[in-house]
Design a protein around this ligand. Structure first.
Ligand SMILES: O=C(O)c1ccc[n+]([C@@H]2O[C@H](COP(=O)([O-])O)[C@@H](O)[C@H]2O)c1
Ligand SMILES: Cc1cc2nc[nH]c2cc1C
Length: 352
């Protein structure tokens, strides 16, 4: 697959069936609109799938893991080894995402797209390493354009493979010590914000580390001078491999007409890059939740998305996305299974 053809395959969602789907929602045995955003989730799901009576979807979360050269600047509360240690935890089924994915009946796929660790072949691990972590973006480009593109295409291929297997709802997740730093840099570029406005505390850094993190991002932007009109160039300069993989998963999902649930701050940074490359991709996204990470709000505004949940989450991994998948499915069950006024012989009201 080539990036150009991938981007061209992302077509705007056809909104024309909306009145018919809305009419059915309004005919269900409830005051009009009383299931609130569950109704909106069902409507969006049907429009994205291009189906008036879609089947309940098989669901899959892709957790992209990668390391970051910028961790040598002291921007995270945790050491870099936690990235590969958490990959093992995902594969053993013991992480937050494993628990919440089981809770909603979603598959979890763990992708090594750039972890600085040599994994043997392990059951459940998808090995798509582009390189063992990025270079330090405060000193030069984090990735070459070729590396960034390879990671985007890997993500898109995973989405396409999932679509081929009949997955009807995808979600993004990630693991990467240091990855809130490139995510803030990308947010500054694509939202036209100052680094200080969109840089938060990630895993939980103190005030001094936070000041350092803001300066590191400012330096990375000065050194690399990324141009928002060249999204692949921005991704290469100040991005990350898991962020690129997520960007690709989103583009691949959109190209195949599969809705994709975007998790927290890092996933939304990947979604921002995807929408910069192919604006119509935003129509295929659900924003799972409002992350605690400052800067997430600006990202969602930019994408025109309203989060499904607001639970003070800041874990990542796809945890918020898994929970939101359950609600999207609940909305769809309402749409598919609830009785209509006619069918259940319930008198409709004369609502304004
Ligand atoms: O999902 C979020 O909004 C989120 C917010 C803050 C931190 N995280 C997770 O924490 C890690 C990055 O934090 P940091 O401080 O190392 O940049 C990475 O593994 C993310 O999955 C995730
Ligand atoms: C323990 C731990 C688990 C995580 N999961 C996603 N990001 C993480 C960061 C840390 C530090």
């Amino acid at each position: 697959m080539q990036l150009d053809s991938l981007l061209q395959a992302v077509r705007p969602v056809d909104e024309s069936p909306a009145p018919e789907i809305q009419a059915h929602l309004d005919n269900l045995t409830k005051p009009r609109g009383s299931l609130g955003r569950l109704e909106e989730l069902a409507l969006r799901y049907c429009l994205i799938r291009g189906e008036r009576r879609p089947a309940l979807p098989a669901k899959a979360v892709f957790v992209f893991a990668a390391d970051h050269g910028v961790t040598e600047e002291g921007v995270s509360a945790f050491p870099r080894e936690v990235t590969y240690q958490m990959v093992r935890n995902f594969l053993a089924g013991g992480a937050g995402i494993n628990v919440l994915a089981r809770h909603v009946g979603a598959e979890v796929h763990v992708v090594d797209i750039g972890v600085d660790h040599d994994f043997p072949e392990l059951p459940g691990l998808i090995r798509r390493k582009v390189r063992p972590g990025t270079r330090n973006m405060a000193r030069g480009p984090a990735l070459t354009r070729e590396e960034a593109e390879a990671a985007v295409l890997a993500g898109a291929e995973l989405a396409s493979g999932a679509a081929d297997r009949g997955i009807g709802l995808l979600a993004t997740g990630e693991m990467g010590i240091g990855n809130t730093t490139p995510s803030s840099a990308l947010t500054a570029v694509f939202c036209g914000a100052a680094p200080a406005e969109v840089t938060g505390r990630g895993t939980g850094i103190d005030d001094e580390a936070h000041r350092r993190k803001v300066r590191v991002i400012e330096r990375a932007l000065e050194v690399n001078r990324p141009d928002p009109a060249d999204p692949l160039g921005v991704l290469a300069a100040v991005g990350g491999l898991e962020i690129a993989g997520i960007c690709g998963l989103v583009l691949g999902a959109a190209a195949r007409g599969v809705p994709v649930v975007i998790d927290g701050f890092i996933s939304t940074a990947g979604a921002l890059v995807a929408a910069a490359m192919a604006p119509a991709a935003a129509g295929y996204m659900f924003a799972a939740h409002q992350s605690v990470e400052v800067g997430h709000r600006k990202q969602l505004e930019r994408l025109g998305l309203r989060p499904v949940l607001d639970l003070d989450l800041r874990l990542g991994e796809g945890t918020g996305a898994a929970l939101a998948m359950g609600l999207i499915e609940a909305g769809l069950k309402i749409y598919l299974e609830m009785a209509t006024f006619d069918g259940a012989q319930v008198s409709p009201g004369n609502e304004a």
